[in-house]
Ligand binder design. Structure first.
Ligand code: 5GP
Length: 175
C-alpha cells in the first residue's frame, strides 16, 4: 500500500455534527414522504450510511456505481459501473455524493436520474471544491466547501485505500 502523509483536515466530530445537521434539514424537507436515497458508489458509502440514519422518513436504498477518477485527477469521463436496480419514476430521490470536484459526475448523475422522471430530485454532497468546478453544479445541501486539494478518508480513497479513515485528511506527499 502507498504510504502517504495525511494531514487531518475535517475531524470525526465535525463530520458527525455536520451529518446530523444535514439529516435534520432533509427530514424537515421531506416531512413524512417516502424517499429513495441513492448512494453513489464507491466514495459516498460511509457518508450515506451515516446520513440515512439521521433522516426520519420512509427511506428505501438504491446504489449507483460510477467512476471518473484515475489516481488523483478526474478523467472527465463518467463510466457507469452499477446502474440503479429499480425504476425511480414518480419517486422522491435523494442523491448522495461524497464530493463535487469538476461537477461532471454530479451533472451526469442528475441528468441520468431526471431522464427517468422522478417526482423530485434533491442533491447532497458532503464536500464541494468550488475552485475546481468546470461545469455549473447546483446542490441542495453541502457539508463543507474545501480548497482544491486531494482528500481521503470517510469513504474517499486514493488508489482504493484510505476509505476506512474515520476523518477526512489532505494528502501531503504524492509520488
Ligand atoms: P468530478 O466529476 O466532480 O470531478 O469528480 C467527482 C468524483 O471524483 C467524486 O465522486 C470522487 O469519487 C472523486 N474525487 C474528486 N475529488 C476528490 C478528492 O479530493 N479525493 C478523492 N478521494 N476523490 C475525489
Amino acid at each position: 500500500m502507498t504510504q502517504l502523509q495525511i494531514k487531518p483536515y475535517i475531524t470525526e466530530e465535525q463530520l458527525q455534527k455536520k451529518v446530523s445537521e444535514i439529516g435534520a434539514a432533509i427530514t424537515k424537507k421531506f416531512k413524512g414522504e417516502q424517499v429513495v436515497a441513492v448512494c453513489v458508489l464507491k466514495g459516498s458509502f460511509v457518508f450515506y450510511s451515516d446520513l440515512i440514519r439521521e433522516i426520519n422518513a420512509d427511506i428505501t436504498c438504491e446504489f449507483f456505481g460510477v467512476s471518473s477518477y484515475h489516481g488523483n485527477t478526474s478523467s472527465g469521463e463518467v463510466k457507469v459501473t452499477l446502474d440503479l436496480a429499480h425504476p425511480v419514476e414518480g419517486k422522491h430521490i435523494l442523491l448522495v455524493e461524497d464530493i463535487v470536484d469538476t461537477g461532471i459526475t454530479m451533472n451526469y448523475l442528475k441528468n441520468s436520474i431526471l431522464s427517468r422522471k422522478p417526482a423530485s430530485l434533491t442533491t447532497v454532497a458532503l464536500l464541494e471544491k468550488p475552485e475546481a468546478l468546470k461545469v455549473p453544479c447546483k446542490l441542495d445541501y453541502v457539508g463543507f466547501q474545501i480548497t482544491n486539494e486531494f482528500v481521503v478518508g470517510y469513504g474517499l480513497d486514493y488508489q482504493g485505500y484510505y476509505r476506512n479513515l474515520p476523518f477526512i485528511g489532505q494528502v501531503q506527499n504524492f509520488q
